[in-house]
Every structure is written in C-alpha cells, then in structure tokens.
Design a protein around this ligand. Structure first.
Ligand code: MN
Length: 240
C-alpha cells in the first residue's frame, strides 16, 4: 500500500491517460510524480502502456530505481525519473516521451529548439541536449537503462525544463504534475509550429524575458487545459 492521498494516485492515473489521449505517449513513454511525504521516493506505473494504467498499477520507487511497494516488472527507463528527482529538488513531476515532432530536433544539433509562441514560454531560449554516445559507448539501444545513464541525463538537463535525447525523444520536468503534463503537450506543439515556421523563413523566437513572462501567465491557468484534457480522456475511454 502506498502511503499517499488517493488524489495523488488518481491524478497520476489521469496524467497517464491525458498524455496518451493527446498523442504524447503511445505504448511507450511514462510520467512520474515525487512522493509528497517522502522526497526520496517517487511514484510511477508498472511496465505497461500509459493509456490503460489504473490506480492498482502505480508502484513506489526509491530514487535509485528500486521498487518499494511491490515487485512487478518496472519500466526499464525508470532511472530517468529517479536521477532527475535526485538532481533537481525543485522538480515534482517528470514526463518522458517519444512525441514525434520533437525527435527531429534531437537529431539536428544545429536546429534550435526554443520557444516560438507564448504557450511554450517554459522552453525559454533553448533546452538541453543529451548525447548518449558521450557516456562512453556508441553501441547502446539509446535507452536509459541504468542509474549511471539516468545521472548523465540529469546532468545534461541541468537547470532546464526539458532535455532532448538524441534519436530517442525528450524529457520534461515541472514543479507539479499538471504543469509537467502541460509542458509535455506544448513541447510537442512548439515542435510542430517551429517545423512549419522554419519552412517559411528565418524564425523570430521569444526572448528570455518574453518566455519568462509567457510562462508565468500561461502556467498560472494550467488547471484549464488539465480539466479539459481530463474530460476528453475520460470520454475517450468510455466510448465503446
Ligand atoms: Mn524512451
């Protein structure tokens, strides 16, 4: 039994469903939240597709990726979450995805991935990049399968809100679960807008100060998309 309010588990289940319903995760990808009473632990679903996660599927983990609450098969890449929670005390929720429009930016180092519209201010004037080959091998399957790789990813993330993972996907972080989901959805939106804009000509990006102002104003209303996405995800699940 995980010692948290039922609402914490419920919100994590909803986050899984929203991310699937919004096309950010498919059968792969995952979302976690830091344990509200134990900052040295986090909650994450067992190894399964996010769209069908239920409250019973949530597992409590130590930051090193060891399961506390049971021994069902965990996600291979749980080290992404644990090592970011360890490195970033300000982070309370993490989303890792392979959302498709972002991947091109991960494989073209000269293509800046920065905020192009007010809804994406959290991206600022650029996000971090992770190159797994710099961890000593060019023969990996690109997955974050160990604490060492998780720790290297967290170092690449630094103080950013997002990190691009070359040839793999991205990870976004936030001070709460609703904002982590929001950022995962809008990072994908930003990628689509940016790919369109780059075809038209040189892009005018948000400045640091604009991005900061936009982040404060849009994320102050994060409950609005959360409630809408939650209702849409519930409706999608109940449609025969
Ligand atoms: Mn992955």
């Amino acid at each position: 039994m995980i010692d948290v309010d039922a609402s914490v588990i419920d919100d994590l289940v909803v986050a899984n469903h929203i991310l699937f319903d919004q096309g950010i995760v498919d059968a792969f990808g995952h979302v976690s939240v830091r344990h509200p009473k134990r900052p040295d632990r986090f909650l994450l679903a067992r190894n399964m597709a996010p769209g069908i996660v239920t409250a019973d599927d949530i597992i409590e983990f130590e930051l090193d990726g060891t399961a506390v609450s049971d021994n069902r098969r965990p996600y291979l890449e749980r080290f992404i979450h644990g090592e970011i929670f360890r490195a970033r005390p300000d982070v309370m929720a993490v989303v890792h995805s392979h959302s498709p429009s972002i991947v091109p930016f991960s494989v073209v180092p000269t293509a800046p991935f920065r905020a192009v519209c007010h809804m994406c201010g959290f991206l600022g004037t650029g996000v971090s990049r992770f190159e797994i080959r710099e961890c000593g091998s060019d023969t990996t399957d690109l997955l974050i399968r160990s604490q060492e790789l998780g720790s290297a990813l967290a170092r690449s993330l630094g103080s950013s809100n997002a990190v691009l993972m070359r040839g793999h996907g991205s990870t976004v972080v936030a001070p709460d679960l609703q904002r982590a989901v929001y950022r995962a959805v809008y990072a994908e939106v930003n990628a689509k807008l940016l790919l369109d804009a780059m075809r038209l000509g040189p892009v005018t990006y948000l400045t640091d100060a604009e991005a900061e102002s936009c982040m404060i104003s849009t994320e102050g209303q994060v409950h609005r998309p959360w409630e809408m996405w939650k209702a849409a995800a519930i409706a999608a699940r109940s449609t025969p």
